[in-house]
Ligand binder design. Structure first.
Ligand code: PMT
Length: 395
C-alpha cells in the first residue's frame, strides 16, 4: 500500500503523525503533503520523522521536499488519503482548484482517493459543504464520515475526525482482497417496531450501526449485499440494496423472500420476540379512573429457526445480545437457533453493543471453536466476523 497522506488545516491535523504510524503498522508506505495551514497545527518535522521522508508543503519546493515532485508521486501512489479534510480543501477538490502543493497533487493523482471531512457541525451542515461532499462522492471518492462528539470549539455534534484505528480500517478495507466476490449476502439490521395502537409501539435501542457496518464491509469485499433494515437514521452503504421494514412480521417476510438466493445470512437485527396480541385500532385514551393498563403479547416467529429449515440452507450467522453469562447464553442460543456461527455481545456495557460506534464480541462456531474480537469500531468488528465466516466456508 503506497499512500499519500494529505493533511489540511484543521485542529484534527494533530492526529496525522499517529495516523502515519498506524498505517505503517499495517504495511503501508506513507508520504505526506501538508497544506500551509496544516503546518500551523502539526509539525512538518515530526511527520518527516515518522514517515521517514521529506514532507511536501510548498508546491514550488522547499528544503523538506526531498526531491520528489507531484507527478512522480502520482505515479507511485495507490491511494490519496486526505485527513483531516477542511471545508476549504473539499471545495477546492470539488471544483478542481490547484493552488497549493496538496491540491495540485490531487489533480495529478490517478489512483483511489479517500477523504475524511472534519470541521465544526455548523460548517459540516452548510449546504455548500454538503453539496461539495456529494460531488466528491459522485466522482467515486470514498468519504470517511465524521464522528459525533465534543468538538475542539466546545460544541457537541458531528464533525470530529474519526479515531485513527477507524481510518486505518477503512484504508485496509480499500486494499482488502475481494474475498466475497460472487457471494450473495443477506444482512439484517436495526430494531423492529410492534404497534400497540396507531400512535404507539414497542421497540428496542438498536441503531442499526452493527448491521450496516457488516453490509458495508461485505460489499467492499466483493459480495452482493441485501440489507433488510428496521427504522434507523443511517445512510445506506454505497452499493448495498436496501429493503426497509418496520415490524418483526415484515422482517420475517422480507428475509424469507431474499434468503433463497443468498449463500450467507447475517442476522444483526434486534427483532422483537413478542408483539401486542391485539393492537388497538384507535389511540388508547388516558382514563381518569385507570392507573394501570395491561397489554397482552404473543410470540413472534423466530426468523433464524425458519431460516435453518431452508433446503439448501444458507450459512447462518446469529447474534446474541446478552446482559450476563455471555458465553453460556450465546452457546445455548447457537444450539437453539441451529445457526452456524453466533456473535455474542454484552449489551449491558454502554460503550459497546446498542447504539455505540464500537463493539466487542465473542464469535462462537457450531464446532465449538471460539474467538474474541477486542473492542474496536463496528466496521473493524464487521470485518473480523466476515473473516470468521470465510474461514468456515472454506472448511
Ligand atoms: O444496532 P446497533 O445499535 O449497532 O446494536 C447492535 C446490536 C446490539 C443490536 C447487535 O450487535 C446484536 O446483538 N443484534 C442481535 C440483537 C438480538 O435481538 O439479540 P437476541 O439475543 O434477542 O436474538 C438472537 C438472534 O435471534 C438475533 O440474531 C436475532 O436477529 C434473532 N431473532 C430474534 C427474534 C426473532 N423473532 N427472530 C430472530 O431471528
Amino acid at each position: 500500500m503506497k499512500i499519500v497522506l494529505g493533511v489540511s488545516g484543521g485542529i484534527a491535523a494533530y492526529k496525522a503523525p499517529e495516523l502515519v504510524r498506524r498505517l505503517q503498522d499495517v504495511g503501508a508506505e506513507v508520504r505526506v503533503i501538508l497544506t500551509p495551514n496544516a503546518a500551523r497545527f502539526v509539525s512538518p518535522l515530526s511527520l518527516a520523522a515518522v514517515s521517514k521522508h521529506g514532507v511536501i508543503i510548498d508546491q514550488w519546493g522547499d528544503s523538506e521536499r526531498g526531491g520528489v515532485d507531484h507527478i512522480e508521486l502520482a505515479r507511485w501512489a495507490d491511494l490519496l488519503l486526505i485527513a483531516p479534510a477542511t471545508a476549504n480543501i473539499i471545495a477546492k477538490l470539488a471544483v478542481g482548484i490547484a493552488d497549493d502543493a496538496l491540491t495540485t497533487y490531487a489533480i495529478a493523482h490517478r489512483a483511489a482517493v479517500m477523504v475524511a471531512p472534519a470541521m465544526n457541525t455548523f460548517m459540516l451542515q452548510h449546504p455548500t459543504v454538503i453539496e461539495n461532499v456529494e460531488r466528491l462522492r459522485a466522482r467515486g471518492i470514498e468519504i470517511v464520515e465524521p464522528d459525533s462528539g465534543l468538538l475542539a470549539c466546545g460544541d457537541e455534534g458531528a464533525g470530529r475526525l474519526p479515531d485513527v484505528p477507524v481510518i486505518v480500517e477503512r484504508v485496509k478495507a480499500r486494499f482488502a482482497a475481494r474475498d466475497l466476490e460472487g457471494k450473495r449476502i443477506l444482512v439484517t439490521a436495526g430494531p423492529t417496531r410492534e404497534a400497540i395502537d396507531p400512535v404507539r409501539y414497542i421497540s428496542n435501542r438498536s441503531s442499526g450501526k452493527m448491521g450496516y457496518a457488516i453490509a458495508d464491509a461485505a460489499q467492499r469485499r466483493g459480495a452482493r449485499v441485501t440489507l433488510i433494515s428496521g427504522p434507523t437514521s443511517l445512510a445506506t452503504p454505497a452499493g448495498v440494496e436496501l429493503t426497509s421494514i418496520t415490524t418483526a412480521k415484515e422482517m420475517l417476510d422480507a428475509v424469507m423472500q431474499a434468503a433463497g438466493s443468498s449463500q450467507i445470512v447475517i442476522k444483526a437485527a434486534a427483532v422483537a420476540d413478542f408483539t401486542p396480541s391485539a393492537p388497538a385500532d384507535q389511540k388508547i385514551k388516558k382514563q381518569a379512573d385507570r392507573d394501570e393498563i395491561s397489554i397482552a403479547f404473543r410470540k413472534n416467529t423466530d426468523i433464524l429457526s425458519e431460516l435453518a429449515k431452508l433446503k439448501p440452507r444458507p450459512f447462518i450467522v446469529a447474534f446474541a445480545a446478552e446482559t450476563g453469562s455471555l458465553e453460556a447464553n450465546a452457546r445455548e442460543k447457537l444450539a437453539q437457533k441451529d445457526a452456524d456461527l453466533i456473535v455474542a455481545n454484552d449489551v449491558s456495557d454502554a460503550a459497546i453493543g446498542f447504539d455505540s460506534d464500537e463493539n466487542e464480541v465473542l464469535i462462537i462456531g457450531r464446532d465449538g471453536s471460539q474467538s474474541k474480537v477486542e473492542r474496536a469500531s463496528k466496521f473493524a468488528v464487521a470485518n473480523r466476523i466476515l473473516d470468521a465466516v470465510i474461514q468456515r466456508l472454506h472448511g
